[in-house]
Design a protein around this ligand. Structure first.
Ligand code: MRU
Length: 351
């Protein structure tokens, strides 16, 4: 275990390589994986050593830089062509989180807009990757502050339910939904977090719970199926979740189970907030039906650890994300402020 005062950075540049906290091994083991090549970064994203929409974006940006360093040419056009191939490879790792595509596009834009030698383009790509990382940290802190202003006004400290992991591990190092929760904790407004375990990969039980323990935030882990019961007992003041992609109309793709949580929250009159950076908003998609949903290997369903839990002869379906319709969302908290889902375009104009 790392010390409770250590800031958690899931992606770090160190000398000539990227260091990733291996999120597939937490909370049992804290291991750091060294990434020297773009291929290895693509594999790390695909296998979820690094995961969470903004963290994937940061990792992909460094993946682009590592790939750019591997290109053996001094010819600008040849370099740009090979960089496009690297972008294609990284884009194929995970389909839903738009931050991945956003970061890759930003890296490509840097390359095309930089005049000069291949070495100069590589240097600018490194700067852009670092900027994407440091901006995300600032962005998440702003989301945390903005989230404080929308939390229910109550003389009592709040109990907030969250889903999946949206903390330091899922971003450059602060968190979106868990960032709001951290800010509420620092402001003395939080009593406790309820963390959905988040089947099938258990990001809530493993990662959110681990982060809360590191921060000293009181946390109760529940099975996903218990959320309705907890709300009925008035145990939950608000739900805050992250997002992998938000369509222009506010429909929001997030970890599978988010949609049912939103339905249940509506039923019990519990406010349901989405916290996400503007880089998660895909204004090119008018609604959530167009968001590509990743399907992962069925072993995530039929296996727990090494143990197979289902009989043979069964079929499986394993969508990793679902789309929550905008009308179930009370507000979307961004770094530029919190808005109703149907007001997204006004805030996006500030971007
Ligand atoms: O499959 P994952 O673990 O990458 O999914 C992560 C989520 O769904 C998060 O809620 C989302 O990326 C927001 S992270 C700040």
């Amino acid at each position: 275990m790392i010390s409770s005062t250590t800031q958690i950075y899931p992606v770090r540049w160190h000398q000539d390589k990227v260091l990733l906290i291996d999120q597939t091994r937490l909370p049992g083991e804290y291991e750091v994986v060294e990434i020297h090549r773009c291929d290895d970064m693509a594999q790390a994203i695909r296998t979820m050593i690094v995961r969470g929409a903004p963290a994937i974006g940061v990792a992909a940006a460094y993946g682009m830089y590592l790939g750019a360093k591997e290109i053996q040419t001094s010819d600008r056009d040849v370099f740009l062509k090979q960089l496009e191939a690297i972008a294609t490879q990284l884009r194929q790792t995970r389909p839903t989180a738009v931050n991945l595509f956003w970061a890759i596009s930003r890296m490509l834009k840097t390359a095309y807009e930089t005049l000069g030698t291949v070495e100069e383009i590589q240097a600018c790509l490194f700067n852009t990757a670092q900027n994407i990382q440091s901006e995300d940290l600032q962005t998440c802190k702003a989301i945390g502050d903005n989230g404080l202003s929308v939390l229910p006004n109550s003389p009592d400290k709040l109990t907030i339910l969250t889903h999946c992991n949206t903390g330091s591990l899922a971003t450059a190092g602060y968190g979106t939904a868990l960032g709001v929760i951290r800010s509420a904790w620092s402001a003395g407004r939080l009593a406790r977090v309820y963390a959905d375990e988040t089947r099938p990969r258990l990001q809530g039980a493993k990662l959110t719970a681990w982060e809360c323990v590191q921060e000293g935030i009181p946390v109760t882990v529940i099975a996903d199926s218990m959320a309705a019961h907890c709300m009925k007992q008035n145990a939950i003041d608000a739900v805050i979740v992250g997002a992998d992609r938000i369509a222009a109309n506010g429909d929001t793709a997030n970890k599978i189970g988010t949609y049912s949580l939103a339905v249940v929250a509506k039923m019990h009159d519990v406010p349901f907030y989405v916290a996400a950076p503007l880089s998660t908003i895909d204004m090119d998609l008018p609604n959530g039906n167009l968001i590509p949903i990743e399907e992962r290997h069925p072993s995530e369903i039929y296996q727990v650890g090494e143990t197979v839990i289902c009989p043979t002869g069964v079929e499986f379906y394993n969508p990793a994300f679902d789309v929550t319709p905008a009308h179930l969302i009370t507000g979307i908290i961004t770094e530029k402020g919190a808005v109703k889902p149907n007001e997204l375009s006004s805030i996006f104009a500030l971007y």
